[in-house]
Design a protein around this ligand. Structure first.
Ligand code: NDP
Length: 348
């Protein structure tokens, strides 16, 4: 069967496409330009799946009917395309509008032109789940980040960049559930929403320099390889959660296959982490596996209490996704080792 993946040249989407091809699906990816499509096609040819990957160009996802042609003849859709940026310069609406309208646009095209579509998987985010509090919390699928929406409305352009991004994910996900509810009577497909926290791990999409990395892996590089003068408290607090990109891809494919995933919101997280965890692991594995990374930043190891308080602030209960999708998450050690091997191969 054939699966449509939107924003197929993105970090996560490129792994979703690869996982689908490995499992025998045909894949049609949407990209914004011919050149991005050509590059992507080359990548899957290199992996030996070129004949089962095709792409089409959707230059503006916001336009009504943008996906009308793309959805024809596909059995399922993975919708990942959405602006991912922590820009200080943007008005919240500059993120919210493409995120929300792009989502409604693909759902509408699926409703009116996707005769064969049986399931749509939507890549939301834990940013649509969490809210920020002084004390650590454990979130689950019943939580919604209304806080980010309120702060973006209140502060506009001056809202924290991450808050504006999170607001766009909340509103896009809400728009998807609302569309489903309002069109229940005429829809032949069901919806699965995947909510990942920070996604890390090796890169297979078209990236030639560190500065071209997507947001999450760019942050990973900057904290773990080049944290500069970042204070130990920064590395030990504001703990968030993380997941390996290959496990996120696996979850997106399992979400197509598991009947019980229908109309569920699913948090896929490998656990909580502070940046110093990565530094400690990097230091412990570098001498044996990574000859060129022996000069990695050390921070203050978590075992050393002089570094100050440690706070794992944002944590998730993943029992629903564990039960339905059954993903076995990679460990921090595996992800870090493979990420460094990727840097090594790129000469970074
Ligand atoms: P990338 O930036 O690598 O990919 C984003 C994709 O969306 C690209 O294909 C990009 O196209 C496309 N896109 C962005 N803005 C627009 C727009 N206005 N119109 C059309 N296409 C657009 O990001 P990720 O792979 O990290 O993210 C993919 C999805 O996963 C997003 O929905 C994101 O919110 C979600 N996510 C990511 C997490 C992470 O840590 N990385 C965590 C949780 C959720 P182009 O290349 O042409 O710009």
């Amino acid at each position: 069967s054939k699966v449509l993946v939107t924003g197929a040249n993105g970090y996560i989407a490129a792994w979703i496409v690869r996982n689908l091809l490995e499992k025998g699906y045909d894949v049609r990816g949407t990209v914004r330009t011919q050149e991005k499509g050509n590059r992507l096609k080359e990548i899957y040819e290199k992996f030996g799946y070129g004949d089962r990957f095709e792409f089409c160009i959707v230059s503006d996802i916001v336009k009504d009917g943008a996906f009308d042609e793309a959805v024809k003849g596909v059995d399922a859709i993975e919708h990942t395309a959405s602006p991912v940026t922590f820009s200080t310069e943007l008005e919240p609406q500059e993120l919210i509008r493409p995120a929300v309208l792009g989502t409604v646009s693909i759902l509408k095209s699926a409703l009116y032109h996707g005769r064969d579509v049986q399931r749509i998987v939507f890549t939301s985010s834990c940013g649509a789940v969490l809210s920020v509090h002084p004390e650590p919390r454990i979130f689950n699928e019943s939580n919604w980040n209304d806080q980010a929406v309120e702060m973006s409305e209140r502060d506009g352009k001056n809202a924290a960049p991450i808050t504006k991004y999170r607001a766009s994910k909340v509103l896009a996900e809400r728009a998807a559930w609302k569309f489903l509810e309002e069109n229940k009577a005429s829809i032949n497909w069901d919806l699965v929403v995947i909510n990942p926290p920070f996604v890390f791990g090796p890169v297979i999409h078209d990236v030639s320099t560190v500065s071209a990395l997507n947001l999450s892996t760019g942050q990973f590089y900057s904290f773990v390889v080049a944290p500069g003068e970042k204070a130990p408290q920064v590395l030990r607090t504001n703990g968030n959660s993380w997941v390996d990109v290959r496990d996120v891809a696996e979850a997106h494919v399992a979400a197509l296959q598991k009947e019980e995933a229908a109309n569920e919101r699913l948090i896929v997280s490998a656990g909580s982490v502070v940046w110093q965890d990565w530094l400690d692991i990097a230091y412990s594995i570098a001498p044996t596996h990574l000859p060129s990374h022996t000069n990695l930043p050390r921070g203050v190891p978590l075992s050393d209490s002089t570094g100050g308080d440690v706070m794992y602030q944002i944590n998730y209960d993943t029992s629903k996704a564990d039960r339905i999708l059954g993903i076995k998450y990679r460990t921090k050690e595996e992800t870090l080792k493979d990420t460094f091997a990727d840097y090594e191969a790129r000469g970074w």
